[in-house]
Ligand binder design. Structure first.
Ligand code: HEC
Ligand code: HEC
Length: 295
């Protein structure tokens, strides 16, 4: 057995020839053997790029796929979902002293400050508080990829774009599939991918007695948001869930997903149900409506 310690390759930058001599394979043949795979890899890359270009020309690559291709992110497709999940608890319509980034105009005019707080602060090159505030549940949920998307959006001119068309679900199974995607990009930041929520901050959706007791009430919460005290599975919460700019289809899909996951009641929510409730009063009133005197 050779008991000598493994030899380290030290590269001396002041003396490049010395570095070459310590290289474990200093012979010429190796260089040629090395070039061939390189040329092959380059050819492979070129072919892949062509395939990609053809794909995007064919109109694929919307939504999350755009993160994989080199498209410039747009607000409605890429940024708003990130804001809904990671900023909306503090930045929403109801808060009076904190900006509402769910609104494109506001987000656009503040885009450079958003970039600084979300990208530069996290990279340690900005003196103000990073956003979302360190150690808040959202800051723990915000991924590096999301920060990069926000940066690219600002650098790319802060385009508004168009919201991705969510195909109309033709069956309950399809509804659940579409709802799952939406849940992951928006609701999971607070209610967690497992639906368990966070003690004292975000109530659970998993096996939630509150959710399963009243479907219409749950739909209204997602349409209008909710604030104040709520007791879920015996635990008290007193926080604020903002309303999100979601369509009737979106809300039907996401709630159907929730009802058919995490041990919940298996109900289906349709866009028509959402539409009807949207036209009604926001808060389910505690006192019953006055009796019709002619009854
Ligand atoms: C836990 C609550 C909270 C969350 C979550 C949060 N913010 Fe903030 N944000 C604040 C508060 C409070 C302020 C005002 C204090 C300050 O300027 O630091 C603020 C200020 C800002 C400012 C500076 C506004 C200005 O122009 O003066 C930006 C930009 C910002 N937030 C972006 C974001 C973005 C983007 C997210 C999501 C990725 C986010 N914030 C998430 C609480 C939050
Ligand atoms: C920014 C954090 C946040 C996001 C994102 C969020 N929620 Fe909530 N949600 C809350 C909070 C906080 C409450 C409790 C509000 C209160 O105290 O009145 C709540 C309550 C609920 C409730 C009623 C209580 C329960 O546990 O059964 C339902 C149903 C619900 N959310 C569904 C959703 C769905 C569906 C989504 C995604 C579209 C979503 N939420 C996104 C924070 C959030």
């Amino acid at each position: 057995m050779d008991s000598r310690p493994a030899q380290k390759v030290v590269i001396d930058l002041n003396n490049p020839t010395a570095a070459m001599h310590t290289y474990p394979f200093p012979n010429q043949r190796r260089r040629i053997r090395f070039i061939r795979p390189c040329v092959l890899a380059l050819l492979g890359c070129l072919m892949l790029t062509r395939a990609f270009a053809q794909n995007s020309a064919a109109g694929t690559g919307a939504g999350a796929d755009s993160l994989a291709t080199n498209q410039v992110p747009t607000y409605l497709r890429d940024i708003q979902p990130i804001f809904m999940g990671n900023c909306s608890r503090c930045h929403n319509e109801q808060t009076r002293f904190v900006y509402n980034w769910l609104d494109y105009k506001t987000a656009y005019s503040d885009r450079w400050e958003i970039r600084r707080r979300v990208w530069d602060s996290w990279k340690g090159s900005y003196y103000k508080e990073s956003m979302p505030i360190a150690n808040s549940p959202e800051s723990l949920a915000l991924t590096d990829e999301e920060r990069q998307v926000i940066r690219n959006w600002v650098d790319g001119g802060g385009l508004q774009g168009v919201a991705p068309v969510q195909g109309v679900a033709k069956s309950k199974t399809e509804r659940i599939e579409l709802g799952h995607k939406l849940f992951t990009s928006i609701c999971a930041a607070c209610h967690q991918p497992t639906g368990q929520g966070r003690p004292n901050v975000f109530p659970p959706l998993a096996g939630s007695d509150f959710l399963n007791a009243d479907k219409n009430r749950a739909i209204k919460i997602v349409i209008f948001g909710r604030q104040g005290e709520v007791v879920v599975n015996g635990m008290k919460f007193n926080n604020n869930m903002p309303k999100f700019p979601l369509s009737d289809q979106d809300i039907a899909n996401v709630l159907t997903y929730v009802y058919n996951s995490f041990g919940n009641a298996g109900l289906e929510v349709t866009p028509d149900e959402v539409k009807i409730l949207r036209s009604q009063l926001p808060a389910p009133s505690a006192t019953p409506p006055p009796k019709n005197i002619f009854e």
